[in-house]
Design a protein around this ligand. Structure first.
Ligand code: FES
Length: 202
């Protein structure tokens, strides 16, 4: 798999040279052996899935797979990204590291620190706000005992505030991991929490 990254390095993929580590491909080193070590933090299953995804794009556009790659890597790392993992993605895709960090810090689905077993992302954008997201948020905060951006002390729940989830027709809406829940009410929340972790449901 290193072959692709090195091909990019050799053919000049036009991504630029401002990765902050002296080369333009996101790899920290200039040698095949050391770059292989960096990329080795990606599992072979992840690399195979990234390769499969990249077949959708022109060969010289490997960076188009960055969001997919980061999500895969995150899922395999208990739901959050680390710097070595982001660096490995940059190296594997032949991208400047800074470009990968920008993507990782922009999308709310990507996490840069550990999260709880259950990640709850509540939308507070306009449609959800008009349909009572404030009450939904305060009910979650009461039940979980945490605010936005926090994780319960037992590591079971993380609560996040997110922008529009594209589920405005079912506002107020939230994501539990990747599962959508719509038309939320306090009763629905209690039922969801009871099913996940009974001690939080009442
Ligand atoms: S505003 Fe909440 S899903 Fe669109």
């Amino acid at each position: 798999m290193i072959k692709n990254g090195n091909e990019n390095r050799n053919n000049g993929n036009g991504i630029g040279n401002q990765n902050g580590n002296g080369n333009g491909n996101g790899c920290a080193f200039e040698t095949l052996e050391k770059d292989t070590i960096e990329i080795a933090v990606l599992s072979s299953k992840t690399k195979a899935a990234i390769d499969q995804w990249l077949t959708k794009f022109p060969e010289n556009q490997r960076q188009s797979g960055v969001l997919f790659a980061l999500k895969l890597v995150q899922d395999e790392n208990k739901g959050f990204l680390t710097e070595p993992l982001m660096n490995a993605v940059a190296c594997y895709l032949g991208m400047p590291r800074i470009a990968v960090y920008e993507v990782a810090s922009f999308y709310s689905m990507l996490e840069l620190k550990p999260v709880g077993k259950h990640k709850i992302s509540v939308c507070t954008n306009i449609s959800c706000m008009l349909r009572g997201s404030e009450e939904i948020v305060s009910h979650f905060q009461k039940r979980l005992g945490i605010g936005f951006g926090e994780t319960t002390a037992d590591g079971l729940f993380t609560l996040k505030e997110v922008e529009c989830l594209a589920a405005c027709g079912g506002a107020p809406a939230m994501l539990l991991g990747t599962q959508y829940y719509e038309d939320l009410t306090k009763e629905k929340i209690d039922a969801i929490l009871s099913e996940l972790e009974p001690s939080y449901g009442q």
